[in-house]
Unconditional design. Structure first.
Lengths: 528, 100
């Protein structure tokens, strides 16, 4: 086999695992057709009974959270509305396995097409129900995974998770999957490392794998040096996590007692479901690109998404970024194809070029502002004129809403600092409400090294003196002019970068929720 | 003439009338002999409140007004008990909220 193979995905449960890759296979065994429809009916009834009994047995060995998930599956299996169509199909001449599969697939499709994250994640539960009954029908036993294995496949069934003994390690690496799935919830509460969204693999994977579920990736056929580096990260993670947990509930402060605000970055309204608001100082960055999937979202969809997060945060601030499409985030029907997308029509440039789309988002934000402490910021601002045009649109739309008697509120309007022109000459922006430094883009533009190009990744360091000097200069400008400055790039949650950021004068960081505790612990170690 | 009852209640549970809440809801509904239905709007569509498949299919998120109606023996008690369950947030409180 050639050199190491690396796949990246999204962390659903942080941690590290090293072990043999174990394939999660779909149910494949053949079903032996029965002689009569009555026999087929009896076979399906028996299989449903076997599956329900297995679930009941599993419930006795699990905790309350897991039992709740299993209870849902049992209730589904007992519901005639679920099983009825399968029995009807058998009466119409279908064999039991096909009848069951089709009835369940129709139900699963309804979940998969839902526009709500939480609901879509229930498709995994329905597939679990389907496969358990199919296994009982075909008497197909599951292959037992070796101890400490890393389960790999499209998705993993909740029952499979619960039947696995995780005491000797192991982890989960999924091509698809969801961080909102029941398995992801269970993995987080049991501390089982899990990565989702790895995508289709270019090659057949086998052998020992290194699963990094802190950053979201997996390495196959690792080199000796990679294994050693992985083990170091793994043991440092365990130590940091144990220590960090003690910091989570407390406000962040440095060794010298300097208070630091730590907010969270979210990408989807359901991200906040798992976060205790008392552990953070608000939402420093809510991305809105998730709304712009296959179709452009209407005002109501956006309004409800923003309102949900605002209500969750209570009186703590929620900073929502207007859509930052383009660059590495194309949206069909919205973004344009360009030779050099990172330097093209992206962020506020695209919004100002597509006013009919931007105005919908602005109205949704103005209406949602009634339900909490909203702040809005514009991405990719390069010159003050862009900010003025965007704020004028906010004023126009607010006047329109008032004229129609719709309640709205004007939020403070700020900008992202990611285009070097802003960081170099912030004095052009002395009239804005706040700055939020997007360190990922600022770094790639200062270093002229694309974020998505692995061959120049070594240049992309926020700790390069040029980047740090710009950050320090923006922080100083903000302080002198009483304009709040925060940072919401990946560097904010990186323990190795936190000391340099605080030394540069920042006192407000926004990090991904999984890094909250670790970031607070890293802050406590800094002496500024 | 058989009894009938109807009420509306706001869903405040974080994830709405989904998975665990709907298990509790349908279990409670099944303890009554009355015919019970739920809907997200006063003019329907109405879903069988004793079927978890149907209740889940209603896809009621947090912040939805849930309409409940019942017909037959104990209709009033059934609606009252179900409204009370939704109001109590399905007895879940904050135990479904994990720390990050």
């Amino acid at each position: 086999m050639s050199g190491p193979l690396k796949l990246t995905g999204i962390s659903a449960s942080a941690g590290y695992a090293e072990g043999p890759l174990f394939y999660l296979e779909p149910v494949a065994a053949r079903y032996a057709r029965k002689a009569t429809a009555a026999d087929e009916t009896a076979a399906l009834e028996a299989a449903i009974g076997v599956a329900a009994a297995r679930l009941a047995g599993l419930m006795e060995t699990t905790n309350e959270e897991a039992a709740g998930i299993l209870e849902f599956q049992v209730a589904m299996l007992e519901d005639d509305a679920l099983t009825g169509p399968a029995f009807a199909a058998i009466d119409a001449g279908q064999p039991a396995d096909m009848a069951w599969r089709q009835a369940l697939d129709a139900e699963i499709a309804g979940y998969e097409t839902s526009d709500q994250d939480y609901f879509r994640a229930r498709a995994a539960d329905m597939r679990d129900i389907r496969d358990q009954v199919l296994r009982a029908l075909t008497e197909d036993g599951e292959v037992v995974a070796p101890a400490g294995a890393i389960f790999y496949g499209e998705d993993i069934a909740p029952t499979r998770f619960l039947e696995t003994d995780w005491s000797s390690g192991g982890g989960i690496a999924l091509k698809a999957g969801s961080a909102a799935s029941h398995v992801a919830m269970l993995a987080r509460s049991r501390g089982v490392p899990m990565v989702v969204g790895l995508g289709a693999s270019p090659a057949h994977l086998a052998g020992i794998a290194l699963l990094d579920a802190e950053h979201g990736g997996i390495v196959l056929s690792p080199s000796k040096a990679e294994i050693e580096a992985f083990r170091r990260s793994s043991s440092s993670f365990a130590a940091r996590r144990d220590q960090a947990e003690t910091y989570l509930a407390r406000p962040a402060a440095t060794k010298a007692g300097t208070a630091v605000r730590v907010q969270v970055n979210i990408a989807d309204p359901s991200d906040v479901d798992g976060i205790d608001i008392s552990t953070c100082d608000g939402v420093g960055l809510m991305r809105t690109e998730f709304l712009f999937g296959k179709t452009l979202p209407d005002e109501e969809t956006q309004y409800l998404a923003y309102r949900k997060v605002l209500e969750w945060a209570g009186d703590k601030p929620v900073t929502i970024r207007t859509v930052d499409a383009g660059g590495d985030k194309p949206v069909p029907g919205f973004t344009v194809e360009e030779g050099n997308p990172f330097l093209g029509l992206r962020g506020i440039r695209l919004s100002l070029a597509r006013l009919e789309v931007f105005r919908v988002q602005i109205r949704a934000l103005l209406r949602a502002a009634m339900y909490g402490n909203l702040k809005v910021m514009f991405p990719m601002i390069a010159v003050m004129d862009e900010y003025q045009r965007a704020t004028a649109l906010f004023a126009e739309e607010q006047a329109g809403l008032s004229a129609r008697g719709v309640a709205s509120k004007m939020p403070p309007l700020g900008i992202m600092v990611e285009v070097p022109s802003v960081a170099i000459a912030p004095e052009a922006f002395s009239a804005i409400a706040f700055f939020s430094i997007g360190s990922n883009d600022l770094t790639q533009y200062v270093m002229a090294a694309a974020r998505d190009n692995a061959s120049v990744a070594h240049l992309n360091s926020v700790r390069h003196p040029a980047v740090l000097r710009l950050i320090a200069s923006v922080a100083a400008f903000g302080q002198a002019n009483k304009i709040p400055v925060s940072l919401c790039g990946d560097a904010g949650g990186d323990p190795a970068s936190i000391p340099a950021l605080l030394e540069a004068g920042l006192r407000d960081l926004s990090v991904v929720p999984a890094q909250l505790a670790m970031a607070k612990a890293a802050i406590a170690d800094v002496s500024v | 003439m058989s009894a009938s009852a109807e009420a509306t209640v706001l869903i405040t549970h974080e994830v709405g009338l989904h998975a665990r809440p709907s298990v509790k809801f349908t279990k409670l509904a099944k303890t009554f002999s009355a015919e019970i239905e739920v809907a997200l709007a006063a003019n329907g569509p109405w879903f069988d409140a004793k079927s978890i498949v149907k209740v889940m299919a209603a896809k009621a998120p947090k912040g939805t007004m849930l309409h409940i109606r019942a017909k037959g023996d104990g209709a009033g008690e059934a609606v009252g008990a179900l409204v009370e369950l939704v109001r109590r947030d399905f007895d879940e409180g904050a135990d479904h909220v994990r720390t990050a």
